[in-house]
Write a protein that binds this ligand. Structure first.
Ligand SMILES: [Mg+2]
Length: 219
């Protein structure tokens, strides 16, 4: 039986952190590098690798592994603490879609996220979602999200089936970058407007299907 793979973005697609991620990041920048002001940094759809690179350049410190680890360690500690305040939520329809897909015998569920592995695990674990996914592709090493899609295809061919093609994969996300990433491997691109991008922007990016939220997932 041919596998059908569903790869979900995290922020703005499965859940929203209610600003916990942003507060953790700005807190870490203040603590580690004394940087007070971070307005104008775009986070949506980007990889942690790219975001951290930008932040370190703002802090005028080298962008090598040592500074990255220093910033990320502080960020992860703060992220746990911020999430504990209970400000975030799993987005509408997520549990239902995951339940339905889990009941499809040929379905493989994973995350494809700009978050690094540790940040992704903190968020998924906090909301009790981590057990739902057997595959993960994370933004620790790549500047561009399209490279995550190529990694995903490699992982899937090793773990699911050597003949797996992009056409067997559906990538669900909330930004034009998620759509672009799906199209890069000829996967199906499902976009949700729960992350702040308008439906028109997601259609213009090439999404095959745009939903107001995951309660509209087709039967
Ligand atoms: Mg997102």
């Amino acid at each position: 039986m041919r596998a059908r793979v569903y790869l979900f973005d995290i922020d703005g697609t499965l859940l929203q952190t209610g600003g916990a991620g942003w507060r953790a990041l700005t807190g870490a920048m203040r603590e580690q590098f004394g940087v007070q002001e971070l307005a104008g940094i775009e986070l949506r759809g980007r990889t942690d690798y790219a975001i951290v690179g930008d932040l370190l350049r703002i802090a005028r410190v080298p962008t090598g592994p040592q500074s990255r680890q220093r910033l990320l360690k502080s960020y992860h500690e703060r992220l746990c603490a911020e999430l504990q305040k209970g400000v975030g939520a799993v987005l509408p329809g997520v549990w239902e879609v995951l339940d339905r897909l889990c009941s499809e015998p040929q379905a493989v569920l994973g995350v494809l996220t700009g978050n690094g592995l540790q940040g992704a695990e903190i968020k998924l674990r906090h909301f009790g979602l981590q057990e739902r996914f057997s595959i993960g592709v994370y933004g620790d090493r790549h500047e561009h999200r399209t490279d995550l899609a190529r990694d995903a295809l490699g992982i899937l061919r090793q773990q699911v089936g050597a003949d797996l093609e992009g056409g067997h994969v559906c990538i669900i996300g909330d930004t034009p970058s998620d759509v672009e990433c799906a199209l890069a491997i000829e996967a199906r691109a499902v976009a949700v407007t729960t992350g702040g991008f308008a439906g028109e922007e997601l259609v213009a990016a090439g999404a095959h299907l745009v939903l107001n939220n995951l309660t509209e997932w087709p039967r």
